[in-house]
Ligand binder design. Structure first.
Ligand SMILES: Cc1cc2nc3c(=O)[nH]c(=O)nc-3n(C[C@H](O)[C@H](O)[C@H](O)COP(=O)(O)OP(=O)(O)OC[C@H]3O[C@@H](n4cnc5c(N)ncnc54)[C@H](O)[C@@H]3O)c2cc1C
Length: 335
């Protein structure tokens, strides 16, 4: 059981900034995220896009902003449970929350802050009936650790940056062999990545099959082969250790929609006094909440996190006085 003061569901920008604001009040935080890395939409969807509306940064790349937020949170030593989805919560007799993840990890705290953004990013799965039989047994939708594929035969499907970049990376001396399958001849990824894939295919460093689609998967206990339909040809049978359908991720509110919270159009209703939900002790900040005038902007989520931790502190220590101190006077270590 991981114990902390605030369990934060979602390690996007708002979850990360909560660690800092809570740290100034000497509250410890532990973050849970379904993705294998912190950063939420900024890392997952647009790491290289410049952002222009963060105060004090005329321009900052989304990925760099996340790095700065991680640095800013570091002095307060947050814990992380990554690659696991927060599935359910229960309340203890003392009124604390126990949050359990998809892998059974349990976390206990008096406060839960939901900073779940647009929800969990769920992989877009190809419509193959028995695909679930091979999930995590040869079929993976996210590359968590490229080393996992060392010396293995790998087939990747997709035409975006993720499929192109991982094909190039794994074919460069990691996997035994890489095949990239795409249903068209035009790719959505960066031009230089497309060119690299073409060059590697010509030199024999990887195999590229276009106008093709994986339509079947087979194996005993774990994946052993896939069936590929190629336009105008007999179906191909390819023996492989792994198949990575990298068709992107789409966000879903998921299990949080069953937590008894007041929901309006996929968002959690909150009181703007302190961003509390209808469940006492449970707060919602960032893109996941809604209230009159809500704007889904990082800046607004930072403000919500700041007010939310003040309220959380008063819930945890009802008899303690909370005096606002400026970091400029004490420095972060003075807190
Ligand atoms: C292309 C694009 C450009 C944008 N540009 C700007 C911009 O210039 N300026 C700006 O202010 N905003 C911009 N935004 C919006 C901005 O990205 C969001 O406002 C911001 O990401 C919200 O942060 P968050 O921390 O609330 O949520 P998110 O960044 O969505 O992070 C939420 C995290 O919660 C996790 N999660 C959800 N449910 C669970 C669960 N049950 N268990 C575990 N983990 C869970 C998710 O995996 C995710 O990592 C842009 C958005 C997009 C898509």
């Amino acid at each position: 059981m991981i114990e902390t003061d605030i369990i934060i569901i979602g390690a996007g920008p708002c979850g990360l900034f909560t660690v800092f604001e809570a740290g100034l009040l000497k509250l410890r935080c532990h973050l849970i995220d379904a993705l294998p890395q912190a950063g939420g939409q900024l890392t997952e969807i647009y790491p290289k896009k410049p952002i222009y509306d963060i105060p004090g940064f005329p321009e900052v790349l989304a990925g760099d902003l996340i790095n700065h937020l991680m640095d800013q949170a570091a002095p307060f030593k947050p814990g992380f449970t990554l690659g696991e989805r927060a599935e359910r919560f229960e309340k203890t007799e003392e009124g604390h929350f126990i949050v359990t993840t998809s892998r059974g990890t349990q976390h206990k705290a008096p406060i839960v802050a939901i900073a779940g953004g647009l929800g969990c990013f769920e992989p877009r799965k190809p419509p193959i009936a028995n695909i679930v039989d091979f999930e995590d047994k040869g079929i993976e939708y996210i590359v968590r650790d490229p080393e996992f594929y060392r010396g293995k035969r790998v087939v990747i499907s997709g035409g975006g940056d993720s499929a192109l970049d991982w094909s190039i990376f794994l074919a460069n001396g990691v996997a035994e062999h890489v095949t990239l399958i795409h249903r068209s001849t035009s790719f959505r990824g960066h031009l230089d990545s497309v060119q690299k894939v073409m060059d590697m295919s010509e030199s024999g460093a990887m195999r590229l099959i276009t106008n093709a689609e994986v339509v079947g998967v087979a194996g005993e206990g774990r994946l052993n082969s896939i069936t590929v339909n190629v336009d105008g040809q007999e179906p191909l049978q390819i023996e492989t250790d792994h198949w990575l359908p990298l068709f992107g991720l789409s966000p879903k509110l998921g299990p949080l929609s069953e937590w008894g919270l007041n929901i309006d159009k996929n968002s959690i209703e909150v009181n703007t006094f302190d961003y509390s939900t209808n469940v006492p002790g449970l707060y919602a900040i960032g893109d996941i909440n809604t209230y009159p005038g809500k704007l889904k902007l990082i800046l607004c989520g930072f403000h919500e996190a700041t007010l939310m931790v003040q309220s959380a502190f008063k819930r945890i220590y009802p008899n303690k006085n909370l005096v606002l101190k400026y970091t400029t006077v004490n420095g972060v270590n003075g807190f």
